[in-house]
Design a protein around this ligand. Sequence first.
Ligand code: DOR
Length: 433
Amino acid sequence: MRPLFIQDGRIIDPSQGIDEVGSLLISEGKISWRGETPPQDDYDVLRAEGLIVCPGFIDFHCHLRQPGFEEKETIASGTQAAARGGFTTVCCMPNTNPPLENQSAIDYVKAAAAKEGVVRVLPIGCISKGRKGEELVEMAELAQAGVIAYSDDGNPVSSPRLMRQALDYSRALGLPVIDHCEETALSKGGQMNEGALSAKLELPGIPAAAEEVMVARDLVLAQLTGGHLHIAHVSTEGSVDLIRRAKEKGIKITAEVTPHHLTLTEEEVNDYNTNAKVSPPLRTKQDNQALIQGLMENVIDIIATDHAPHAEADKQCEFALAASGISNFETALGNLMRLVHDEQLPLTTLIAKLTCEPAKLIKDNNLGTLNTGAPADITIFDLYKEWVVDPKTFASKGKNTPLAGSVLKGKVMATIYGGNLVYKDDAIKLEEG
Ligand code: DOR
């Protein structure tokens, strides 16, 4: 592989506190040098003038659907979509068929990712057998197989006893337990956020309390056990308040928020748009603001996409029958850049929440950084490039996004994974040296 010189970009690497114009040299899949005048002259060149050069994004929560739901996504299509979105590491949820609940399922995902994936895939294992919430999986076996966390995502862990056990084991195994916080006794049958709009649309509502009751329970259990609890897709102001208070008490918890819960509201559902149906549901402007504030205060640790691709038939139906989820990889950056352009979130905070902060959860110092010697996982993006979201052009099989037709400002121009250029926008040229 010829060395690659990324020339004159604005290098932002929150892991090292760097924000400066400079160049990077990549040799043998690693970042070998950073500075102004390169130490050698036999390389290919990517000119990055005016562009941001940062560590490759890490997504701690996505759905790749393989095995079992290949009509929605595969490891090949999902990782290609990830690359287009600037993600070089994606952690995939176990709600596949069969679910990722034993060594052989994890081995299968790893082998498929090695063969067909274009970016790093790190599997998450189930908490309970069959994701039924009844019996714990062999958590140690899964740790041995290489999972980076446990989750029944899509379903909550309804039994507090099972959650307690999972957190106990997680402490011993040193891996986080990710909960999809939803008290189903409150959310059952719900289609969207509960409020005036759900009443107007005559759709059953999901109250904020359905999430908050479960967040509160989990925080208590995290305190009891000392296990590492990670709260998936936080969507309400009340959850942010609960997590803030728990962190103040020193309880070992982390939390994530998705791009859509930061930027979109229940209004997206106003015309019964099934592409805006997601679990937890889109909430209100006030919730958006609380979530942004939570990121700023590090109450919320990371941004994760919850990329949830679905087939056309899953969404082209009556609202109540539609699947929940948004295909997110390819719009994540452009959507999140709204917060930067509106001066609600500093650019470096946004990048940290997509790079070094999720790397901490994976406990890998070599990820989420442009340190010399680290794998050359790099995202290059244009802060200002405007583009129209056209799901037909997605690499993802999931065309399900409420952002279709929106103009986003901010676009990934190139993604490098382990020194390989895995995505390049036509507007950026690779000059062969
Ligand atoms: O909207 C969602 N879709 N939320 C989840 O928690 C699961 C996901 C899926 O798997 O489609």
